[in-house]
Design a protein around this ligand. Structure first.
Ligand code: SF4
Length: 404
């Protein structure tokens, strides 16, 4: 019989053992790496956190603001506020200038274009608070060998309610490409349903998994011949493609048939839940799946909390490009001083408060302005959408396009 998990209300000064889904994944990936990085063990932190972590934090903050109190009135502006706050708190990575236009472009596209013709989904409010960036912990009803309480920490990006009154957790991911085949067994997705139902005391229908490609839609290329490219891999949208056709040929109908075909292909890709840049997938989890996850968590904890557990390595092909502490691992293998090898790459972990100190430096909304280019981009994408919507495709046009 498993203990009944319930929401943990922190007690002042209480020292607890914190477990997260990411920690469980790391544990199952490689016990040696977990032993170095987990707060349950050595609790080291990689010295040079990858810059995409920094970017992901800013992206999530912008979405939190936009779908929450919306203090900045625009997701792109909220991202700029994050960059400014990181400047003030000395938390900018050296590559921030590459990420700033990317964040601004992706978020402007989302708020000014993608959402305009789609169901926005209403953020859930509890006691007047929007349920965005929800941080909470579950008391698992366990104690470790030192008698400390064991809690399960989680962060939910957003909670929405659908038209039937069902709750859904919304998860944001930014990546180079969409991932499609991991949904059924994804532990993080199932854990959101488990954590959410304990937090809100009611079932969670599932997770709305939102993937954002790390790319900003632009106009299609113009070839040296003066024609509009029909390359299928271009980072463009139907609205921008048709806009350029109208600008160059006077109307879509007067454009070359190969361009009409390319446009129709883009239009067909544009559905209620996705286009080339953003994909929204509803993933349900039933009570059996949630129960199975809970049982698995308690089984894994028997190992995670065992102070005598052997921490053997798990060498894999991916070690070479994905393990931040491979140097130390190799030193351990060849008998050299691995503690020495750890020094340049890892240090004692900092507190969450220190990591989040940029939040205390956020500028007031009136001091954050979108650059002219961003305003122009938003205006152009919005006009292009309106133009595309006015366009009525004749059966003849579609037939000709098919033939070509
Ligand atoms: S290199 Fe591979 S085996 Fe060694 S610690 Fe890293 S993940 Fe584990």
């Amino acid at each position: 019989m498993l203990p009944e998990p319930r929401i943990y209300v922190p007690e002042p000064g209480e020292d607890v053992v914190r477990i997260r889904t990411s920690e469980r994944s790391l544990f199952k990936r490689c016990r040696r790496l977990w032993g170095w990085l987990s707060p349950v063990r050595l609790g080291l932190q990689v010295r040079e956190a990858p810059d995409y972590f920094w970017y992901g934090t800013g992206f999530h903050f912008a979405m939190e603001d936009f779908h929450g109190y919306n203090r900045y009135g625009h997701a792109g502006k909220a991202f700029l506020a994050y960059v400014e706050a990181c400047k003030q708190s000395n938390q900018l990575p050296s590559t921030w200038r590459d990420f700033e236009p990317l964040g601004l472009g992706m978020l402007s596209y989302y708020s000014d274009h993608w959402l305009r013709n789609r169901d926005v989904k209403q953020t859930l409010y509890v006691d007047g608070k929007p349920q965005v960036e929800v941080n909470a912990s579950i008391d698992l009803g366990l104690r470790d060998h030192k008698g400390r309480r064991v809690v399960y920490d989680f962060t939910i990006d957003r909670v929405v309610m659908d038209d039937e009154g069902l709750l859904w957790v919304v998860e944001y991911k930014t990546a180079k490409a969409f991932r499609l085949y991991h949904f059924d067994l994804d532990e993080q997705i199932t854990s959101y349903s488990w954590c959410g139902q304990i937090l809100y005391g009611r079932p969670i229908a599932g997770t709305i998994y939102m993937q954002f490609k790390k790319a900003v839609p632009v106009f299609p290329r113009i070839l040296a011949s003066g024609e509009i490219s029909v390359d299928k891999s271009q980072h463009t949208t139907a609205a921008l493609y048709s806009r350029l056709m109208v600008d160059m040929y006077g109307s879509v109908q007067q454009s070359p048939s190969k361009n009409i075909t390319a446009l129709n292909r883009l239009v067909a890709e544009d559905t209620e839940d996705q286009d080339r840049f953003i994909m929204r997938t509803n993933i349900e989890r039933n009570s059996a799946q949630i129960k199975s996850l809970q049982q698995r968590i308690y089984m894994e904890l028997e190992d995670i909390l065992n102070p005598d557990l052997p921490l053997y390595p798990h060498p894999q092909q991916s070690c070479g490009y994905s393990c931040p502490l491979m140097h130390a691992c190799l030193a351990m293998e060849d008998g050299s001083d691995y503690v020495d090898a750890l020094q340049p790459y890892a240090a004692k972990g900092t507190s969450r408060e220190q990591e989040m100190r940029w939040r205390t430096q956020l500028p007031p909304p009136e001091l954050v302005q979108l650059p002219q280019e961003a305003l122009l981009y938003s205006q152009t994408t919005q006009e292009s959408v309106a133009q595309l919507q006015q366009r009525q495709e004749s059966p003849e046009e579609l037939f000709l396009a098919e033939l070509s």
